[in-house]
Design a protein around this ligand. Structure first.
Ligand code: KIV
Ligand code: NA
Length: 270
């Protein structure tokens, strides 16, 4: 998989299927299931390490898992998240950390936020590192945002997200994740910018979709101190394993549902 191929798919109206992936066996399984992009997400702090949020993930964690994923799926397009603290302070440090992720097997890096991060994106892109932005709900800012909440609901906040999306696209980002924003806003952004949009809780009109693999398989990924029965999965999550007894088939069914636009349904959107 390559970026030009993804742009061609989007131009032809074919939806892009992305999943998070943290290890070699899942990478192989996802590659054979036709997942277009593997995201080594810093969600690994929660789903692999059992933390309450992504704020304790380090560059060492990210490069370790990126290497594992790349070993399992050498022909897949791999995006690696830049963890908290690895890109916000100065652009030279951001470049060095991004370059470390690329050397570990990623083809693109992703980091959260608009505003000042637009210059960071430009700095990396000018130096040859493809960038994926992440707007809307940004988990690394969970403490500022006051919890896991939909973003872009007021006119002012919707306008801000749209402006960040336009500025990021003009800075040259290849794609952007839109997390937990109204479906109508995600559609307006998708129609307005050149960069590809990948939604999670952002409606069916993005160029593609992403989910955390544990959510696709119905595996409890809430905090360890709570019993799974107390856990309410977010609205945008769908368990694709409940209709089959095969993990491989569940992942294939996710890809198929993204491609035929049956996922996300209105019930998964805001
Ligand atoms: O870390 C992650 O898994 C992510 C996706 C949910 C977009 O950033
Ligand atoms: Na992430």
């Amino acid at each position: 998989m390559t970026l030009p191929k993804l742009n061609e798919m989007a131009a032809n109206g074919e939806k892009i299927a992305m999943l998070t992936c943290y290890d070699a066996t899942f990478a192989k399984l996802m590659a054979y299931a036709g997942v277009d992009i593997l995201l080594v997400g810093d969600s690994l702090g929660m789903v692999l390490q059992g933390a309450e949020n992504t704020l304790n993930v380090s560059m060492h964690h990210m490069t370790y898992h990126t290497k594992s994923v790349a070993a399992g799926a050498p022909n897949s397009l791999i995006i690696a998240d830049m963890p908290v603290g690895s890109y916000e302070h100065d652009n030279e440090a951001a470049y060095k950390n991004a370059e470390w992720l690329i050397r570990s097997g990623a083809q693109m890096v992703k980091f959260e936020g608009g505003g000042d991060r637009i210059e960071t994106a430009r700095y990396l892109i000018e130096r040859g590192i493809p960038v994926c932005a992440h707007l809307g709900f940004t988990p690394q800012s969970v403490n500022q945002l006051g919890g896991y909440k939909i973003q872009g609901k007021t006119e002012e906040s919707a306008h801000q997200i749209m402006q960040d999306a336009i500025d990021m696209s003009n800075a040259g980002v290849s794609m952007m994740v839109l997390e937990m924003v109204p479906a109508t806003l995600a559609k307006q952004i998708t129609d307005s910018i050149k960069a590809l949009t990948i939604g999670i809780g952002a409606g069916v009109d993005c160029d593609g979709q992403v989910l955390v693999i544990q959510d696709v398989l119905g595996i409890y990924n809430g905090v360890a101190s709570k019993h799974p029965s107390e856990f309410k999965a977010p609205r945008f999550v769908k368990n694709f394993l409940s209709d089959t007894n095969s993990v491989q088939q569940a992942v294939s069914n996710y890809v198929k549902a993204v491609k035929d636009k049956t996922f996300p349904a209105p019930e998964h959107s805001y």
